[in-house]
Design a binder for this molecule. Structure first.
Ligand code: TXD
Length: 315
């Protein structure tokens, strides 16, 4: 049985997701957007590459939730993105309203879906999406850690002149300036990173990783990163659909793990056909623990701001 994958938001990331999912033949694609023409136009454009790329899936574009009915996977990118000089947190008010509409749409039509949220500010928006939809916490997850880790690995690979795929690493915490790259949990071709790089260079790379999104926004002037974010979202969807049980850094619901309760934040999780199957607790040293806790504090504060904007989130 072919899977049905709905992409809510057919903008830069939504369109790229549709293309990658088609090429990988992960399932039939429904591109949904309030701007109906964009959804229809992109779906038709990708569909017209079927014979060139040889994939066998259907694509449609729509602005009607009925067309998304009984989706297996939903990836949400609906919302506004940052302009130069803005932080992710500046998007909160607008994107909360949009996410409320999205949650209402998908809970009526696809109550059994696995939902991957990409919209910023990520950790708070994914938590709002879970609360507004009422879906179980194992079925709602946020994508950010895969992207942040991939950026960290890329910058390291350039510095150390090794392929990024030879680097094992992880970035934890919230998807903001307080994210926590983990040099102690980074191995390069089986060797500990700290033996291969001096502190000064490592600090520069950590800083560049934290500001990885802003660097691209500055170049683009209009819009934010979309190729790497889309590739990262697809990795989660694929692990769920094919039950690969990959361990991936994602914004997941924490219920006591890492000493955090009732909050979404970036941690390694196992993704299989039950959604989030396990939260992996890495041992953290003092410094890592402090940085992780600072990041959690920032997520909590932003969630408190969100509850002031919409008291429904307190429920
Ligand atoms: O790591 C991560 N999580 C991220 C997140 C990395 C990069 C960008 N990230 C965030 O993803 C970014 O800050 C935005 O909040 C989202 C989507 O980024 P994208 O670049 O795809 O934004 P676009 O191109 O503006 O597309 C958003 C689309 C646009 O076509 C709108 O018409 C649509 O969202 N939109 C809606 N669709 C459905 N329903 C509603 N209500 C709606 N409102 C707007």
């Amino acid at each position: 049985m072919k899977k049905k994958i709905t992409l809510i938001g057919a903008g830069q990331i939504g369109g790229t997701l549709a293309h990658l999912i088609s090429i990988k033949e992960l399932g039939d694609v429904v591109l949904f957007d309030v701007a109906e023409g964009i959804a229809k136009g992109k779906a038709l454009d990708i569909a017209q590459s079927t014979s060139v790329d040889g994939f066998n899936i259907n694509l449609i574009g729509t602005s009607n939730y009925e067309d998304t009915k009984n989706s297996d996977v939903i990836i949400v990118t609906a919302g506004v993105s940052r302009k130069p000089g803005m932080t992710r947190d500046d998007l909160l008010g607008t994107n909360l309203k949009i996410i409320k509409q999205v949650a209402e749409g998908i809970k009526k039509t696809s109550p059994k879906a696995f939902v991957i949220c990409i919209t910023n500010p990520l950790d708070v928006i994914v938590m709002a999406l879970q609360k507004y939809s009422g879906f179980t916490t194992n079925k709602v997850i946020g994508m950010a850690g895969i992207l942040d880790t991939s950026r960290f690995k890329y910058f390291l690979s350039q510095e150390l002149k090794v392929p990024a795929k030879d680097i094992n690493s992880i970035v934890l915490g919230g998807h903001g300036d307080t994210m926590v790259p983990m040099p102690n949990h980074t191995m390069v071709k089986g060797k500990p990173l700290k033996k291969l790089i001096n502190k000064e260079k490592l600090d520069l790379i950590i800083d560049r990783t934290r500001k990885g999104g802003a660097e691209i926004i500055k170049y683009l002037e209009k819009g934010s990163a979309f190729y790497a974010p889309a590739a990262s979202g697809v990795e989660i969807a694929e692990s769920y659909i094919k039950n690969l049980k990959k361990t991936l850094p994602c914004a997941a619901y924490l219920n006591g793990e890492y000493g955090v309760k009732n909050l979404y934040a970036g941690v390694p999780v196992v993704i299989g056909n039950n959604g989030v199957e396990k939260v992996i607790e890495l041992p953290l040293d003092e410094n890592e623990k402090n940085n992780f806790n600072l990041s959690i504090k920032a997520v909590k504060e932003l969630f408190d701001t969100a509850t002031k904007i919409d008291p429904d989130l307190k429920k």
